[in-house]
Design a protein. Structure first.
Length: 148
């Protein structure tokens, strides 16, 4: 908590326009984690859009990072629920994967991952791409479920 108070005090020293940015970044850190990835030509399909599997891979990675922050364990993906692509992703888009832990069981953690794409050079132009709940199970070295 002391670290957050220091960060809050530093934010107050900034001009008002920068204060809002600082507070928003602090809120994102507290509510969950996120990763951002720039999409490259190697990630495209024959139609020129990004493969859905590339998005799913990053979605899984972001959720796994969030689960490992809850418990320092090895996790495997058990299920990805209701993934529906709403909008395409293009080369040059910066794709953000925002996570929040929504459930915790004896051996599992459920993470909601929301995916947005920033179009082109304007980071204010964001498009929702998909979202999913991903269930991760904590396992030991033999691959057997391990209590959290």
């Amino acid at each position: 908590m002391a670290g957050l108070r220091v960060a809050d005090n530093i934010g107050l020293c900034l001009p008002p326009s920068r204060r809002r940015l600082t507070l928003r970044l602090q809120d994102e850190r507290l509510s969950g984690s996120h990763i951002r990835v720039s999409m490259l030509p190697r990630d495209t399909n024959a139609r020129g859009t990004i493969f859905g599997g590339v998005i799913l891979s990053h979605l899984d990675m972001a959720g796994g990072i969030a689960a490992s922050r809850v418990a320092a364990r090895n996790f495997v993906t058990r299920a990805m629920r209701a993934v529906e692509f709403i909008a395409p992703v293009y080369v040059g888009d910066v794709v953000s994967f925002y996570t929040s832990v929504v459930g915790r069981g004896t051996t599992s953690i459920t993470v909601k991952v929301s995916v947005e794409a920033e179009r082109g050079r304007d980071p204010r132009h964001r498009v929702k791409v998909t979202e999913a709940e991903v269930v991760y199970v904590s396992v030991d070295e033999a691959g057997k479920p391990l209590a959290l």
